[in-house]
Design a protein around this ligand. Structure first.
Ligand code: ASP
Ligand code: MG
Length: 541
């Protein structure tokens, strides 16, 4: 067994944070540093029993921590933080955690990954030198002890400390597994595995037990922070299965990723999403039929280290849209405007601008291959819910359909897609009830009495997500507790008005929603049109 460890939870962030504080001349960095110290010392006291071993370990830990202290102090004095120093600092996270775990596991032998995980510099980024690393890993582990312990994440490039990027410990493990033809690669993390969708948004999302390498690659690309994306490739290449397990729920089945999977009957395996998208469009009549426009777009972006995660070009060749992260948008526009400055001046191409704050969603699964109707179902579902698709892309591999929507529609899109592709046990209807007099009050009481029965017998979940009377209005995605709605309305409600109803209900942008008007007010009725325009159904008493 070779155990690869990452830093103690949260420590890498803390190391980065502390060094930035020191570089900014903020003396409070010392407090942050002390917390790092305490965290490690406490860990040693918690997991290693008192005795000689603990003393020896504490000496080593303290030595590393005092080196770290000197480095932070240096930064604080000089107020300069180079990327080289930064990489050295974050390496302490893994160096510390690995010696603690090495002493915790009886007979474990500690190996210094700086000696065999090697990077090279490309486009101002350190990337794995995979040939050299594979050779060195093979040499290092020619004779394997029963348990070998390796700090993940860290690497070197001709003596300089580098790393494999945030989340890089998974990658370290994968590279070692591939070099040594391991039987399997296990990633022990803090979630149950890959989920059908982001569980923070979709409460009915569930763990996917089997995924092919391709599907896992598609799903981990963004959103799902289950494994660091580069992890998949080295082992996939060698056909070594990856098992993802939850350290906090070892009984859970987890997710297994391998070549051949039982693909099941569902059309898609999962939905990935990211709320951090800008769309940059290069467009102009002067582009049609001109060869090399896309070449120049991608060359300019690549030379500036901008990663593109979605591309869409219409067959008219009239425009190319590119999805990048919000933080890259300004630079991307700048370099494209420069690249095409001549054409822009001539009016052949329009000045490049970014549409910011969008969201990208992708449905993923190998079953989509050669299956007609998936895109139809996807866009039909979105259309019926009034969600407009700004751009979309499907590669010929047919394992992923990606599309871009406004950020505010992300939650709703995920809900309706999850509902339509993963038959949930029940259908949800989100109700807004306006008026709590005789009619409204009776309706609420009827719903309260029948909620359970409707769910069990009809698979229909009626959720009252908004209630308003003449004075107050209360909105909650989780649903109002109907046994106490009067008290809640009075205590937590906001002052009610037609404007409030209009803005809140449309602003919530919730899926499968129905506005039930139990008033006799012409003013309330005047809201119907806007509700209907926003795909909110209307019921009038
Ligand atoms: N400790 C590193 C990080 O937080 C590497 C890892 O956790 O995989 O990014
Ligand atoms: Mg990690």
């Amino acid at each position: 067994v070779i155990v690869v460890v990452s830093a103690l939870g949260g420590i890498t962030d803390k190391l980065i944070n502390t060094s930035q504080m020191a570089a900014n001349g903020d003396s409070a960095y010392e407090k942050e540093y002390r917390e790092i110290v305490n965290r490690h010392i406490e860990m040693v006291y918690t997991v290693i029993p008192a005795g000689n071993e603990r003393t020896v370990l504490l000496d080593k830990v303290n030595e590393l921590l005092s080196e770290l202290k000197d480095i932070f102090q240096g930064i604080y004095l000089i107020k300069d933080l180079s990327s080289k120093t930064s990489a050295t600092i974050v390496s302490y996270g893994e160096r510390l955690s690995s010696i603690i775990v090495a002493s915790l596991i009886k007979g474990a032998v500690w190996y210094d990954s700086r000696n065999f995980i090697k990077t090279e510099k490309k486009h101002a980024k350190h990337i794995l030198d995979s040939e050299l690393t594979t050779r060195l890993v093979k040499e290092t582990f020619q004779k394997l002890p029963e348990v070998a312990l390796v700090p993940g994440f860290i690497s070197t490039d001709s003596g300089e400390v580098t790393n494999l990027g945030r989340g890089g410990s998974d990658y370290t493990a994968s590279v070692i597994a591939a070099a040594l033809n391991a039987d399997s690669l296990e990633i022990w993390t803090d979630v149950d595995g890959f989920m059908t969708a982001d569980p923070r948004v979709i409460s009915t999302a569930y763990t996917i037990n089997e995924l092919s390498y391709v599907e896992a690659m598609e799903l981990c690309n963004f959103g799902a922070k289950v494994v660091y994306p580069p992890t998949i490739y080295p082992v996939c290449h060698k056909n070594i299965p990856i098992l993802i397990k939850n350290t906090f729920n070892p009984q859970g089945e987890g997710t297994i990723i391998k070549q051949e999977v039982n693909s099941g009957s569902k059309a898609i395996k999962g939905i990935s999403s990211i709320n951090d998208t800008s769309l940059i469009t290069v467009t102009g009549l002067g582009m049609v039929g001109v060869i090399g426009v896309n070449f120049r777009i991608f060359k300019a972006l690549a030379q500036n280290g901008i990663s593109v995660f979605m591309v869409s070009q219409a067959s008219s060749e009239n425009s190319t849209s590119i999805g990048v992260r919000n933080q890259d948008a300004a630079l991307a526009c700048e370099v494209l405007n420069e690249e095409f400055s001549k054409e822009i001046e001539m009016g052949e191409i329009s000045p490049v601008v970014a549409e910011m704050n969008l969201a990208t969603i992708a449905i993923v699964g190998e079953n989509m291959k050669h299956t007609p109707g998936i895109a139809g179902k996807l866009f039909g579902t979105l259309g019926r819910n009034g969600i407009s698709v700004i751009a979309c892309a499907q590669g010929a591999s047919e394992t992923n359909i990606s599309f871009v929507v406004e950020s505010k529609s992300l939650r709703k899109s995920l809900n309706v897609i999850h509902d339509s592709f993963f038959l949930s046990e029940y259908q949800v209807l989100n109700l807004f009830i306006c008026g709590t007099g005789t009619v409204g009050g009776s309706l609420i009481e009827q719903i309260r009495c029948q909620q359970q029965k409707l769910m069990q017998e009809r698979g229909l979940k009626l959720k009252v997500v908004g209630i308003a009377d003449g004075h107050h209005a209360l909105f909650t995605r989780a649903g109002v507790d109907l046994s106490h709605y009067k008290e809640e309305l009075a205590e937590k409600g906001m002052p009610s008005s037609t404007q409030v109803l209009h803005d809140e209900i449309i602003g919530m942008n919730i899926f499968n929603s129905v506005f039930v008007d139990c008033t006799a007010s012409a003013e309330v009725a005047s809201l119907y049109k806007d509700f209907l325009m926003n795909n909110i159904s209307v019921v009038a008493a």
